[in-house]
Design a protein around this ligand. Structure first.
Ligand code: ATP
Length: 481
C-alpha cells in the first residue's frame, strides 16, 4: 500500500488536502492524473448504468426496457429530510473518549486502536487512561443556513446522495413520464464526520457516491434485487477487477438493517487490510417501501415485524414526513402502490482506490540495450486510464517533433493524450507505464520516409509498426469507441 500511496503522490493522482498546512485528516485532493481517472470512473458508471442501462438481460418475466434517469440534488437539504429518513436519530457511531489525552476511539474498534501516548499501547492500558463509557456521536456535519446561529437554522451536509432521489420521486414521475420499473441515478459528494478516517481515501470525511434508486413493484423486487446485485459485480469485473481480491457477500439476516429484506456488499481485499479481510466497495440493498413511506408518513420504526410511524406520548409522529403523496398509480390495474426500492450504492473514491490497487504491478523488462530493468506499471483498463496514449518523437531534431506534434494535435481532438520529448525513450516509456497509459506512439527516422510509427503496448511492452494515418482507427478500436 505504501508503494501505491507513493506512486499516487509522485505521479499526481492523489495528495493530502491542504498539504502545505500539514493536511487535514479525512480529506484528499485529486491531482492532474487522479482527476482524469476519477472522471473516467464516473463516466463509465453513467454510461453503463444510466445511458446504456438496458444493454443487459432483465430478470425473466420482467420488462426488457425500463427507464433510467439522472438527477443532481443539493448537498444541503431541508433538515426534516434527515429526521424523517432516520439519519438524525440513527446515524451514529458509539464513541469512547479519553478524559486524560482527549483522544476519541470507536467503541467497536477499541481493541485495534492505539492510544496517542507513548509508549504505544491500546486505549485503557496506560495508568493515566481515563475512558468514558461508549457515547453516541452523530456522523452528520452540522452547519447553519442564514445569518442566525440558532437551532432553527441548523442544517446538515448530506451523508448520502440517496435522499435526493426519494424527495424528488414525485418530480421525476411528473416530468420524465416514467413507468415502473425505473431508476433514478445520481453522482455527488457526501460528507460524514468519520471518527477514524483512515486507509488513504478508503474512509474519508468528504467523498463521492454513485447511487441508484430503482423503483419496482413489490412482487418483482426480489428478482430486481438479484439483477442489480449481479450486474454491479459484473461492472467491476468488466473494468478490470478480475482477481480473487473482489467478491460478493450477502449479508446474514442479523446484519440486515431493520427495513431491508436483502443486502449484498461488493468487497475488495484492499492491501492495507489484514490478510484475508475485505472492505466494502458498494452495497446493494433491498429497501422495501421504507424510504418513500418515511417521507410520506414520518420516521419509521419496526414493531413486531411491522414498520410503523414512531410516535411520541402525544400520539404525534416524532419526526413527521412531508405528508405528500409518494405513491404510484398503475394505469393498467387502477391500483395505487408504494413502490419497492433496490439501491446499488457505490463510492467513487473507493472504486478509484480499488482500480488503482488492482492495476499496480511490478515487473522486469529489458531496456534499450537489452539489460533487464525493474518497472512499475499501472495496468488500468483503457476506459479508465487517465491518458489514453502518448506521442513521443524519438529525438528532438530532424523534423521528428514537428511530425509528432501534428499527430498529437489530431489525437487530442478525441482523447486525452500526452506529448513528451524529454529524456531517453526508455525513461519516457516507463513514465507512461507508471501513469497507466495504454499506448505510446513513437515517431522515428523511418516515420519521415514511410509515414509509419511504432506503437508500444503498455502491458506486453511489444512494439509494432503501423501507418500514421491508421493511428486514430487503431486507438478507436482498442479503446472501444
Ligand atoms: P462503511 O461500513 O465502510 O462505513 P457504509 O456501509 O457506511 O460503509 P454506505 O452507507 O453503504 O457505506 O455507503 C455506500 C458507499 O459509499 C460505500 O460502499 C462506500 O463505497 C462509500 N462510502 C461510504 N462511506 C465512505 C467514506 N467514509 N469514505 C469513502 N467512501 C465511503
Amino acid at each position: 500500500m505504501d508503494k501505491i500511496v507513493a506512486l499516487c503522490k509522485r505521479r499526481g493522482f492523489i495528495f493530502p488536502s491542504s498539504e502545505i498546512y500539514g493536511g487535514i485528516g479525512g480529506f484528499w485532493d485529486y491531482g492532474p492524473l487522479g482527476v482524469e481517472l476519477k472522471r473516467n470512473v464516473r463516466e463509465a458508471w453513467w454510461q453503463d448504468m444510466v445511458l446504456r442501462h438496458d444493454d443487459t438481460t432483465p430478470p425473466p418475466g420482467m420488462p426488457s426496457a425500463y427507464a433510467m434517469v439522472g438527477i443532481e440534488t443539493s448537498i444541503i437539504m431541508h433538515p426534516q429530510v434527515w429526521k424523517a429518513s432516520g439519519h438524525y436519530d440513527l446515524f451514529h457511531d458509539m464513541l469512547v473518549d479519553c478524559r486524560h489525552c482527549k483522544a476519541r476511539f470507536r467503541a467497536d474498534q477499541l481493541a485495534s486502536s492505539q492510544c496517542p501516548e507513548k509508549p504505544s499501547k491500546r486505549p485503557g492500558e496506560h495508568t493515566t487512561c481515563d475512558l468514558t463509557p461508549p457515547r453516541e456521536f452523530n456522523l452528520m456535519f452540522k452547519t447553519y443556513v442564514g445569518a442566525l446561529v440558532d437551532p432553527e437554522s441548523e442544517a446538515y451536509l448530506r451523508p448520502e446522495t440517496a435522499q435526493g432521489m426519494f424527495v424528488n420521486f414525485r418530480n421525476v414521475l411528473a416530468t420524465a413520464r416514467v413507468k415502473l420499473p425505473f431508476g433514478i441515478a445520481q453522482i455527488g459528494k457526501s460528507f460524514r464526520n468519520e471518527i477514524t478516517p483512515r486507509y488513504f481515501t478508503y474512509r474519508s470525511r468528504e467523498f463521492e457516491q454513485m447511487e441508484i434508486e430503482f423503483f419496482c413493484r413489490p412482487e418483482e423486487s426480489r428478482a430486481w434485487y438479484e439483477y442489480w446485485r449481479d450486474r454491479r459485480l459484473r461492472w467491476y469485473v468488466s473494468l478490470g477487477l478480475r482477481s480473487d481480491r473482489v467478491r460478493l457477500r450477502e449479508h446474514s439476516p442479523e446484519e440486515l438493517s431493520h427495513y431491508s429484506c436483502g443486502t449484498a456488499d461488493i468487497e475488495y481485499a484492499f492491501p492495507f487490510l489484514p490478510e484475508g479481510e475485505f472492505g466494502e466497495l458498494e452495497g446493494i440493498a433491498h429497501r422495501g417501501d421504507f424510504d418513500l413511506r418515511s417521507h410520506m408518513e414520518g420516521k419509521l420504526v419496526r414493531q413486531g415485524g411491522e414498520l410503523v410511524v414512531e410516535r411520541g406520548p402525544d400520539g404525534k409522529p416524532v419526526h413527521p414526513g412531508s405528508g405528500k403523496d409518494l405513491t404510484y398509480f398503475d394505469e393498467e390495474t387502477g391500483e395505487r402502490i408504494v413502490p419497492h426500492v433496490i439501491e446499488p450504492s457505490a463510492g467513487v473514491d473507493r472504486s478509484v482506490l480499488a482500480f488503482l490497487c488492482e492495476a499496480y504491478d511490478e515487473d522486469v523488462i529489458p531496456d534499450e540495450k537489452g539489460v533487464p530493468q525493474p518497472r512499475v506499471v499501472l495496468r488500468l483498463h483503457p476506459r479508465l486510464a487517465p491518458v489514453k496514449a502518448a506521442v513521443l518523437p524519438l529525438i528532438r531534431k530532424e523534423g521528428m517533433p514537428e511530425v509528432a506534434l501534428e499527430l498529437y494535435r489530431e489525437l487530442k481532438r478525441s482523447w486525452n493524450v500526452d506529448y513528451d520529448d524529454k529524456g531517453s525513450i526508455g525513461r519516457r516509456y516507463r513514465r507512461q507505464d507508471e501513469c497507466g497509459t495504454p499506448y505510446c506512439f513513437t515517431v522515428d527516422g523511418q516515420t519521415l520516409s514511410d509515414g509509419t510509427v511504432t506503437v508500444r503496448d503498455r502491458d506486453t511492452t511489444r512494439q509494432e509498426r503501423i501507418r500514421m494515418v491508421d493511428v486514430p482507427g487503431f486507438l478507436r478500436e482498442r479503446l472501444g469507441g
